[in-house]
Design a binder for this molecule. Structure first.
Ligand SMILES: NC(=O)c1ccc[n+]([C@@H]2O[C@H](COP(=O)([O-])OP(=O)(O)OC[C@H]3O[C@@H](n4cnc5c(N)ncnc54)[C@H](O)[C@@H]3O)[C@@H](O)[C@H]2O)c1
Ligand SMILES: [Zn+2]
Length: 426
């Protein structure tokens, strides 16, 4: 056969298509109470006599705190047996980072999805914290290349961030979220009643992601957080509900309108404060909650923004004061740990972050409150100086009403680092 292509020529065709995604994010109260229509209305209509198959996975922390919940879910399905049926008994999986750290949890879920003959039109219903939603989401996304996923987040963080977005994942090979996929859910139902058993520590931790998204996107929301910080710190339900709703909206606005829902470019504005946070979580052997690590990461990157001359010292002071009023940490011992050569362990987080993004570092800093800006390099010496400053600020910010003596860091940029401002985000 004589080829029409000579060794020096080639032909190509570009394949191009767009896949529209849409899913409802519903705010409800008592989603599994008899008569509550939030779940049913999120499902598609079916022909008479046909029913949706549900495989229900429950977070063990939630199951222990609300022992009647599994039975209530089963009763709810039975009461709606014209539309719903359980593919098997409700499965309880370890809550928190344990389920993302142990691949056996993922494989067990995949195996159960197989043995229950879940098809691509069946639903995995995940009820739990962000970690459980992440592992169930990854199991659902990989079985048959995608079983439908319904998320019912049961934490503040899950309801304003992890549960409403398009990502899932588990930790592997020593790295946070190393295995995972982009897979939009079929629907998300945020049920305020589930939060009533959440421990204080997790109620607080989840607020850090709302502070984060306010800082990069919405100064009015940041002002609201400051004005309502005491109410939030005492877990006032209406205040918490607004934090969740506005935090979720801002995260969803980014997914919908940011132009890159599956993060194909390098820019990751929603990961403000996260480069150090992800590393700290691992270094602390997950003693730190994700939200707590994000709070420390926000404190660090706010100081760095200030020390670089981009953020007024008074704004950095307000940020640290808000975090402390909410009862969130701004420092932790792991942030200061160093290798035998004296290199900060957390600095490895930057390399991992760079690899995760695709080779080019893209990191968000603040050029004012509500104004996140992407930078492509970081001055590690300045990072080290900011880290060294944190223990001296911890616990003192609240008392000083945000009026901080940050003179050691403020003023002109301390080094001639060549941070290039690549794109304005706000
Ligand atoms: N996929 C994403 O886009 C995304 C975004 C942000 C964070 N995350 C991930 O989310 C995880 C953190 O999630 P989280 O903050 O929700 O915490 P978590 O899932 O780690 O849960 C914290 C603890 O609360 C328990 N729990 C959950 N709900 C409860 C309830 N209502 N009552 C009592 N106990 C309850 C859990 O069992 C666990 O012990 C991290 O792994 C993080 O990487 C993912
Ligand atoms: Zn996060």
């Amino acid at each position: 056969v004589k080829s029409e292509l000579s060794p020096s020529t080639s032909t190509h065709r570009t394949v191009s298509f767009a896949v529209p995604f849409s899913y409802p994010v519903v705010f409800a109260n008592g989603v599994f109470e008899a008569g509550n229509g939030a779940l049913i209305s999120a499902l598609p209509a079916l022909l008479a006599g046909r029913r949706h198959r549900l495989f229900v996975v429950l977070d063990d922390g939630l199951a222990a705190a609300q022992p009647a919940l599994a039975g209530r879910i089963e009763a709810y399905v039975t009461a709606n047996s014209d539309r719903l049926e359980l593919a098997g008994p409700v499965i309880v999986v370890p809550g928190g980072e344990r389920c993302k750290n142990d691949l056996a949890v993922l494989f067990d879920l995949q195996q159960r999805l197989a043995s229950h003959h879940m098809d691509r039109h069946s639903f995995c219903l995940a009820v739990g914290g962000g970690a459980v939603l992440d592992v169930v989401g990854f199991a659902a996304a990989t079985v048959h290349r995608g079983v439908r996923l319904l998320r019912v987040p049961s934490t503040v963080l899950g309801q304003n961030d992890a549960g409403v977005g398009v990502k899932n994942g588990v930790n592997a090979f020593g790295q946070k979220n190393f295995l995972g996929s982009f897979a939009p859910p079929y629907a998300v139902i945020n049920d305020v009643a589930l939060l009533r058993s959440l421990p204080a520590r997790d109620l607080r931790a989840g607020m850090a992601e709302a502070v984060k998204v306010a800082l990069i996107r919405d100064s009015a929301f940041f002002d609201w957080l400051c004005e309502n910080a005491e109410a939030l710190a005492s877990f006032d339900e209406p205040a918490l509900a607004y934090l969740i709703r506005r935090g979720a909206e801002l995260h969803l606005d980014h997914i919908e309108g940011g132009g890159d829902p599956f993060e194909q470019g390098s820019s990751r504005p929603l990961d403000f404060g996260h480069w150090a946070a992800h590393k700290m979580e691992g270094l602390s052997h997950h003693e730190l909650r994700h939200g707590e690590a994000v709070s420390i990461g926000i404190a660090l990157d706010s100081l760095y923004s200030m020390a670089s001359g981009w953020l007024p010292a008074s704004d950095a002071g307000r940020i640290l004061q808000l975090l402390e009023t909410l009862g969130l940490p701004i420092d932790h011992a792991v942030l200061h740990s160093t290798s035998s050569e004296g290199r900060l362990h957390v600095a490895e987080g930057l390399d991992e972050f760079r690899e995760h993004l695709g080779g080019e570092l893209s990191i968000t800093f603040l050029h004012g409150i509500g104004h996140g800006v992407t930078h492509n390099d970081v001055d590690l010496e300045l990072v080290a100086r900011c880290i060294a400053r944190l223990p001296r600020l911890e616990g003192k910010v609240r008392a000083s009403c945000g009026e901080l003596d940050l003179s050691a860091l403020s003023g002109a940029p301390e080094s001639a680092h060549s941070t290039s401002v690549r794109s304005e985000l706000a």
